[in-house]
Design a protein around this ligand. Structure first.
Ligand code: IMP
Length: 176
């Protein structure tokens, strides 16, 4: 494992506060409505598990796996589905939970994939967004934090598969 020099960028306390803010908005929007909350693997697993624990809704959990970085620190632009949903979501209220929007290619792919299944509604959530890295226009309904175009790890986000377990988000100091 390549040991990186990290500095805390968004603390655990700040993240948990933001999770509660976003969950509060979703609780209002979907009051008395059943929802299917989709975790985009792998990066959003930690955000997702904190978020759903703050949702007071009639909800079902689903998981959708995609890979776009292939172990590098820049997006390949090519999205590969590694795990599909396990049941049809036609006519369901979907809440799609992503970790980060970088170029926007993955989120746009995810939106197109979900909309092709004809849900009743689609709401998108991303903990992070790098507005300066967008290569395509990409609308996200709820964004936790907008950050500069730097590589970050932790709270589900990885560098070559490592650092996902950090409870906070760190900026990488010495990446080539
Ligand atoms: P996009 O298609 O370029 O928007 O890339 C989205 C995906 O790239 C995310 O779901 C992450 O898995 C990964 N990604 C983008 N930026 C970072 C980062 O700074 N750290 C770790 N993973 C990232």
């Amino acid at each position: 494992m390549n040991t990186l020099k990290l500095s805390t960028y968004i603390s655990e306390t700040e993240i948990q506060k933001k999770v509660k803010d976003i969950a509060g908005k979703l609780n209002q929007t979907f009051k008395n409505k059943p929802v299917v909350v989709i975790c985009v693997l792998k990066g959003s697993f930690m955000f997702y598990s904190d978020l759903i624990r703050n949702l007071d809704l009639e909800l079902q959990c689903e998981f959708f796996g995609v890979s776009s970085y292939h172990g590098n620190t820049t997006s390949s632009g090519e999205v590969k589905v590694t795990l599909d949903l396990t049941y049809p979501v036609e006519d369901k209220n979907l809440i799609l939970v992503e970790d980060i929007v970088d170029t926007g290619l993955t989120m746009n792919y995810l939106k197109a994939s979900m909309l092709s299944r004809k849900p009743k509604s689609l709401t998108t959530v991303s903990l992070l967004e790098k507005p300066d890295a967008l290569k395509v226009p990409c609308e996200v309904d709820h964004v936790g934090f907008k950050i500069p175009n730097d590589f970050v790890v932790g709270y589900g986000l990885d560098y070559q598969g490592y650092y996902r377990n950090l409870p906070y988000i760190a900026q990488v100091q010495d990446l080539q």
